[in-house]
Design a protein around this ligand. Structure first.
Ligand code: COA
Length: 383
């Protein structure tokens, strides 16, 4: 059997953020609650001329060569911030990336889990069509109601994964543990632009799904927890990943520091929640911020999407992976960001959650290609 996995990977996050100390001050909260309690420093905020499509295109553009584009037979767009009930966001991305017409494109949804479903689907597609590649675009704007408990856990970002038979970054290993149950911990009915969330229940549901998924994975693969040098978790906020880590190691009577966690959270702490993209952002964080050479090491991954589906699976990091990562580009992107004042944050939040049937034009606030320029004749326009 040929190996399958991640050949290339990159992320994009908007050039603006709100400092959580600013949010704490405005909401009359102790900044330590956000910093130490939730484990977050900043949350990325998209300007009105950015959306899930512009973010996904910017994440992908930096890694795709013309040869890659010609080999990509499928684009799977994973999101829970969809901009259309019918047309896949992937079709806009396909056009903006100027890709060949010989491509199938579909949107995948199951809350924050969808990118992992896309990865497993991609593996099957590649086994069936050797030589072809699948582009996964995981892109989300995590936006909760103003002044709600979830407000400090917002963020935005996209991850692009090129999946193929030539996994230069990480091989997807055989075996997985799955868990699904129909619950209402976090959901967003069609008439709403922000989710309804039972936050405390969602953290319990996440941990329950983790335990169940891990058990399934262990039963199938017989890999012990200590056979994994690293663990990456779905990270709605870093405190959640820390809780998950403690829980999983506790089951095995291991101290949390038996397996180091910090490098898997460095980027998430600066960006905030990116829903479907957040597990893969954690993976990039590990690959780019640890001093250790990860070649040959195994990373256990837990993906969770409210509602709820969870999956535990593993990746094997490939020798020479460092040379295939756009690390300098990512670091510059993070260090060049600008802090927003609170009034602008609130204004952009209101614009982002507004629902209108009227056409509109967005102000030019972000640099680079592409920009979301507004809606004309009820159709989204990009430049
Ligand atoms: N200094 C340090 N830590 C503090 C603190 C302070 N002054 N004040 C509170 N904390 C800690 C709390 O002890 C808690 O840590 P713990 O969970 O390890 O006990 C943490 O900060 C959060 O405080 P809490 O009072 O539980 O926050 P909250 O009820 O306002 O909101 C969530 C927490 C998770 C419910 C909320 O952020 C939310 O709804 N998020 C969205 C849903 C989500 O992401 N779910 C995750 C699964 S997908």
């Amino acid at each position: 059997m040929h190996s399958v996995g991640i050949e290339k990977i990159s992320f994009y996050t908007p050039p603006f953020y709100l400092n959580l100390s600013t949010l704490a001050e405005q909401r009359g909260q102790d900044p330590e609650k956000f910093r130490r309690g939730l484990g977050q420093e900043k949350m990325s905020q998209p300007a009105p001329d950015e959306d899930i499509i512009t973010m996904a295109v910017k994440a992908a553009d930096v890694i795709l060569s013309e040869t890659d584009k010609a080999s990509i037979e499928t684009i799977l767009f994973a999101t829970e911030s969809g901009v259309d009930q019918s047309k896949s966001a992937g079709l806009y991305a396909h056009q903006l990336l100027q890709m060949p017409e010989t491509c199938r494109i579909v949107e995948v949804k199951q809350a924050c889990y969808a990118a992992t479903a896309a990865l497993q689907l991609a593996a099957g597609m590649i086994a069936w069509r050797p030589g072809k590649k699948v582009l996964i675009l995981a892109s989300d704007v995590a936006r909760y109601d103003l002044d709600s408990p979830g407000e400090a856990t917002q963020g935005a970002g996209a991850v692009a994964l090129l999946v193929s038979h030539d996994p230069k970054i990480a091989e997807l290993e055989w075996g997985c543990g799955l868990h699904s149950e129909g619950i209402h911990d976090f959901w967003r009915p069609n008439h709403r632009s922000t989710p309804l969330v039972d936050g405390k229940f969602s953290t319990k549901a996440y941990l329950n799904s983790l335990k169940f998924s891990w058990q399934g994975y262990f039963t199938e693969t017989q890999r012990a927890l200590t056979d994994h040098q690293w663990l990456c978790y779905h990270t709605p906020f870093c405190g959640m990943a820390r809780k998950a880590h403690r829980e999983l190691l506790h089951i095995h009577d291991l101290a949390p520091d038996t397996i180091e966690l910090a490098p898997t959270l460095a980027y998430n702490r600066e960006i905030g929640n990116a829903y479907t993209a957040s597990l893969y952002l954690s993976l990039i964080s590990l690959l780019e911020t640890t001093e250790v050479d990860l070649s040959g090491q195994r990373v256990g991954c837990f993906s969770y999407g409210s509602g709820a589906t969870g999956e535990f699976f593993s990746l094997k990091i490939q020798p020479g992976y460092q040379t295939h990562l756009p690390t300098a580009y990512h670091r510059k992107m993070l260090s060049d960001r600008q802090a927003l004042d609170f009034a602008t944050y609130q204004d952009w939040h209101e614009q982002g959650t507004a629902r209108s049937e009227e056409d509109f034009v967005t102000p030019e606030l972000t640099a680079g290609y592409p920009r979301f320029t507004g809606v004309t004749g009820q159709a989204r326009c990009y430049k």
